[in-house]
Write a protein that binds this ligand. Sequence first.
Ligand code: FEO
Length: 179
Amino acid sequence: MRNKVYNSNTKPGDTMIKEKIQNALNLQLNQELYAFYLYLSMSSYFDSLNLSGFSNWMRFQAEEEKNHGLKFYDYILQSRGKVDLKQIEAPKKTWKSAREVFEDTYNHEKKVTESIYDIVDLAIAERDHATHNFLQWFVSEQVEEEATALKILEKIKFIGDNQGALFILDREVGTRSNA
Ligand code: FEO
């Protein structure tokens, strides 16, 4: 009886997550690492314009994405799944303006939200309550990520071609220090 409860038949290499879920988590891990690349690329773009505040903001954003990727990495391992580190797509390298960068940022975050929702739907369909629970942190995080990107985008739209105001905003966003 006891053996049945504790499943003593578990062998090294057995997983606690279904393959479908594992594949979706590995794809999301790759997406988060791509976001790390994308925001790092944006950081270097801003640095080339001497907008060091925006550059700093993007650097922190990139760090956050790396940490998001590691959360997926850790969860897959914790669930005795297999981590599959896929090739990371090269990000865009240049933009026309700060406005275009934040339009891309906001759109990227909306895409990430959709893909998190897709995995949540899959977890529900597969009755994987543990993965569903794990993903709830990301559901909340995406609300914050979208809101923050949109707020900066709206400020950039508001100041338009006013370079002086852009430098003031650069100083304001450059105070970000959480990673
Ligand atoms: Fe990892 Fe910005 O979402």
